[in-house]
Design a protein around this ligand. Structure first.
Ligand SMILES: NC(=O)c1ccc[n+]([C@@H]2O[C@H](COP(=O)([O-])OP(=O)(O)OC[C@H]3O[C@@H](n4cnc5c(N)ncnc54)[C@H](OP(=O)(O)O)[C@@H]3O)[C@@H](O)[C@H]2O)c1
Length: 240
């Protein structure tokens, strides 16, 4: 039975490692130029919309799908769930728990990028850790400077009046994040509520420096079978 593992997260990478040697093919969107290799065979690039995805499932004899894409990858998750349901293919969503504030955190959670501007003033220095694809949604920000972190070197012009791109490939240590935020004079950190240990160092750094964090709330996602850990996904696969 061939299982399709929709990847693009640390959890997908860990699951691929656990499933090594089994009949599994992983899929990456191709959003990052040089992704680290996975431990199972991997195809790269979009499927070509819904019709292309359905054709892929049929041609490759896929019998089940583990969707371990990012909690904010809304399009691929909604479509995959809908297609699997229609075709009667077992589908599970592997989604790590969201982050929750602890003592000492100064967090506010908002729905949608447009709401971020409400918590940003003219003197603020904003660090956007939200990725390159959604930068245009922050066009309304009116502040001193904006820094935008992305994995690959920028291709286009910097879209804000003041600030710069910051190129860096995760994971980042708390010490590195503290040093970076201090150097840039960051006063507001904007993140997606992605959850997970690998990328929470920026939140720990913000707490240490007393920086206000504006979290984008997760999209709700489909009503479907869900697991929150790699072990849970493994058990789901074993039970097929
Ligand atoms: N959104 C984020 O914040 C974020 C953060 C870190 C990593 N990622 C990863 O980056 C990828 C793209 O994220 P996104 O938010 O742009 O996705 P998205 O908006 O949900 O999907 C956009 C399109 O990208 C293609 N795609 C997405 N994931 C794919 C996969 N694993 N394999 C093959 N094609 C895929 C599909 O193209 P076709 O219609 O052509 O099939 C899909 O229609 C995801 O795999 C996700 O796990 C996303």
């Amino acid at each position: 039975m061939t299982i399709l593992l929709l990847a693009g997260t640390g959890e997908a990478r860990a699951l691929a490692k656990a499933l090594k040697g089994r009949d599994v093919v992983a899929s990456l969107a191709g959003a990052v130029a040089r992704p680290a290799p996975l431990d199972v065979p991997c195809r790269v690039g979009g499927f070509g919309g819904r019709a292309g995805f359905e054709a892929y499932l049929r041609d490759e004899g896929i019998r089940a799908v583990v969707d371990a894409t990012h909690p904010f990858a809304e399009v691929i998750t909604a479509r995959t769930h809908a297609v699997c349901r229609q075709l009667g293919l077992p589908y599970v969503r592997l989604e790590r728990p969201a982050w929750a504030a602890a003592s000492g955190d100064d967090w506010v959670e908002v729905v949608g990028e447009a709401a971020v501007a409400e918590y940003v003033g003219a003197e603020d220095v904003v660090f956007l850790a939200t990725g390159r694809q959604t930068l245009d949604r922050f066009a309304a920000l009116d502040c001193a400077r904006v820094y935008c972190r992305q994995i690959d070197p920028p291709e286009g012009a910097f879209p804000f009046a003041g600030g710069a791109f910051v190129v860096g490939r995760p994971p980042f240590s708390v010490a590195d994040e503290v040093a970076l935020f201090k150097r840039l004079g960051v006063t507001r950190l904007v993140v997606k509520n992605a959850g997970g240990d690998l990328s929470r160092s920026k939140l720990d750094a913000a707490r240490a420096l007393g920086i206000k964090v504006i979290l984008l709330a997760r999209p709700p996602g489909p009503a479907c079978a869900r697991v929150t850990t790699v072990d849970g996904a493994l058990a789901w696969v074993d039970a097929l």
